[in-house]
Design a binder for this molecule. Structure first.
Ligand code: AMP
Length: 453
């Protein structure tokens, strides 16, 4: 199967060929013809499958083929792509520009955490394809600086993530501002009941495609557990990076504080590292990501939400420094490696506190992950588990530009226990008031995620 057999125009094929793509990926061979036909689409696809081009290419083709029908002074926005995070929004819009470089279509990206006025100016100049995160899009709608009445195509990208992040009400408000006659495409890695309900209300007789089985981990990724004591994780990570000469490693921590601390520790070991998380400014995140992509930064340390949508070709190593609070995040994390057919390695440093989390993950992916103890880092067989701290101290300032709702009354929850503070590497710094430690399963996933943002 080739891109031209899918019915794409010469201009688009030229742009795709310049990217070095010789053949469509499975999601592309199925999604492209379906979208070109004009109907709605429900697609199950994870990051790394080539899904972005799967919807971008046919959207470009449809918009380029058909002039917009209604007249009007200003060029209307014709396609709207909603994504959960700023990073993903920026990457999707970059793809639109790359694949559409030989077409006369304009695109723009709008997200929070940066000034709104340049975005207003850009919208005034006219945009065909808009990529946006829900929060900032609503800001524009409320200020009357955006007109969505002529949207022909709507895409919800990583819809499951958007729901996890609590965006459902924002999405519904955006949907209410769109014309009823339009094409809808919904992409999601997983299909919870909530996603099914959204799909039912949004999509009209959709074509359905699924390329990666629900909650399956991609086979080309080699997964391994390194059991280790909780206070030996940092030396073990430095050892792995140095002894195996890893030059580009994405490391996940559970909290923002944990990410900052690890960056400091690695830097002392002479390993270049930066963190991206919700307390970092947009410019700091963009800089870290670009240094990581161009190879000048060895280690990027990220929390789950910040890492969502990071698009780096053939990322060779992903390290779970802490296991995620939510088992599904494990699948998303390791999906960052071994993309588009390349092989990758995902290792998890697991201490005694995380054994239940590991069980949850293995149950979800329906396999047990091989374990390897690294000589010199053997865990203490008598170590007892301690409660895991799910929250960071909010050391780095406020969460910039996020529309997160208040975290809710977690500590006031009738079931919540507040264990006495214990000595652990995950304890807050001396002098700080210890935060309540709420067992993960007593809190809703959205709450747990907000803490890690
Ligand atoms: P995505 O799932 O959209 O995040 O894409 C994953 C990665 O695959 C991106 O880095 C794309 O540049 C790359 N990619 C997309 N389509 C193809 C293709 N047909 N052949 C090779 N690589 C591709």
């Amino acid at each position: 199967m080739s891109f031209s057999e899918l019915g794409l125009s010469e201009e688009i094929i030229r742009a795709v060929t310049e990217q070095g793509y010789s053949a469509p990926t499975p999601i592309q061979s199925q999604a492209i013809p379906a979208v070109l036909k004009g109907g709605d689409l429900l697609a199950g696809a994870q990051t790394g499958t080539g899904k972005t081009a799967g919807f971008t290419l046919p959207i470009l083709q449809r918009l380029a083929q058909r002039k917009h029908l209604t007249g009007g002074a200003r060029q209307p926005i014709r396609a709207l792509i909603l994504t959960p995070t700023r990073e993903l929004a920026a990457q999707v819009e970059e793809s639109v520009r790359i694949y559409g470089k030989y077409l006369k279509l304009n695109s723009a990206v709008i997200f929070g955490g940066v000034g709104i006025h340049p975005q207003i100016k850009q919208l005034e100049r006219g945009v065909d394809i808009l990529v946006a995160t829900p929060g900032r899009l609503l800001d524009h709608m409320q200020q009357g600086t955006i007109d969505l009445k002529q949207i022909e195509i709507l895409v919800l990208d990583e819809a499951d993530r958007m729901l996890d992040m609590g965006f459902i009400r924002d999405i519904r408000r955006v949907l209410a501002a769109l014309p009823t006659q339009r094409q809808n495409l919904l992409f999601s890695a997983t299909f919870s009941d909530e996603i099914k309900a959204l799909a039912d209300s949004l999509l009209n007789a959709p074509a359905m495609i699924e390329v990666a089985r629900r909650n399956s981990t991609v086979n080309v990724i080699a997964q391994k557990i390194h059991p280790v004591d909780r206070n030996r994780k940092h030396p073990l990570l430095s050892h792995l990076i140095s002894s195996r000469q890893w030059s580009q490693v994405l490391v996940f921590t559970r909290t923002k504080h944990g990410a900052n601390k690890l960056v400091e520790q690695l830097s002392k070991d002479g390993i270049t590292a930066l963190a991206i998380h919700g307390n970092k400014s947009q410019s700091a995140r963009t800089r870290a990501l670009s240094e990581f992509k161009n190879g000048s930064l060895q280690v990027l340390v990220a929390t789950d939400i910040a890492a969502r949508g990071i698009d780096i070709d053939q990322l060779p190593h992903v390290v779970n420094y802490d296991l995620p609070n939510v088992p599904e995040d494990y699948v998303h994390r390791i999906g960052r490696t071994g993309r588009a057919g390349a092989t990758g390695e995902a290792v998890s440093l697991v201490c005694v506190d995380e054994h239940d989390m590991l069980k949850g993950i293995e149950k979800l992916i329906k396999r047990s992950i091989p374990q390897e103890v690294i000589p010199g880092f053997e865990p203490d067989p008598n170590a007892r588990p301690q409660p895991i701290q799910l929250r960071s101290g909010n050391a780095g300032g406020r969460n910039q530009g996020r529309r997160d709702k208040p975290a809710g009354k977690t500590a006031g929850n009738g079931n919540a226990r507040t264990p006495a503070p214990q000595k652990s590497s995950a304890q807050p710094a001396a002098g700080k008031k210890p935060r309540a430690q709420i067992p993960a399963l007593q809190r809703r996933p959205a709450e747990r995620r907000k803490d890690a943002a």
